[in-house]
Design a protein around this ligand. Sequence first.
Ligand SMILES: C[S@@+](CC[C@H](N)C(=O)[O-])C[C@H]1O[C@@H](n2cnc3c(N)ncnc32)[C@H](O)[C@@H]1O
Length: 154
Amino acid sequence: MRREAELETILTEFIERLQRAFGSVERARGKRILDIACGSNSSRSPDTGERTAMFEPWFCRLLFALGADPVGVDAGDLEGERFEHHAADLSRIGALDFLPDASFDGIQDSRLFGSPEFLALLPRSQHAPIKAELRRQEKRLLKPGGVIIHSDNP
Ligand SMILES: C[S@@+](CC[C@H](N)C(=O)[O-])C[C@H]1O[C@@H](n2cnc3c(N)ncnc32)[C@H](O)[C@@H]1O
């Protein structure tokens, strides 16, 4: 946080999302939660295009520290992270097919479509089918009673 002041804003935002989704952060304990485009140790800023600590996998790290069971999916570097993580190219239809139906208590997708990595693969004019695919996958992957913690693409 000393290096990047905006990190505090992001962590506060994630805590508020958990409070809204589950009533309190403590209730996230034990829950299996998918974070789509979770951030990584190589992720770059949409503003500057430079590598930034802001988009490291903070939501999964926070969930792990809270005793939840996070699963992060991202194309960037997640080596050494202690939570379950998978590399996938989310610009491809079917990229999340390897995850079983009805297996998550909560799902988040946040800030994928504006990221420099995603825009380098697909221009905005080609995002609609991928947005529809994410909606389909989120519906498939949520357990009955599971919640969308946050989606940029509701
Ligand atoms: C701006 S960061 C968002 C991180 C976090 N979700 C948040 O809201 O702070 C965008 C993330 O999307 C990932 N990403 C971009 N294109 C991707 C792709 N085609 N497949 C998988 N991940 C991708 C990047 O590696 C980066 O970690």
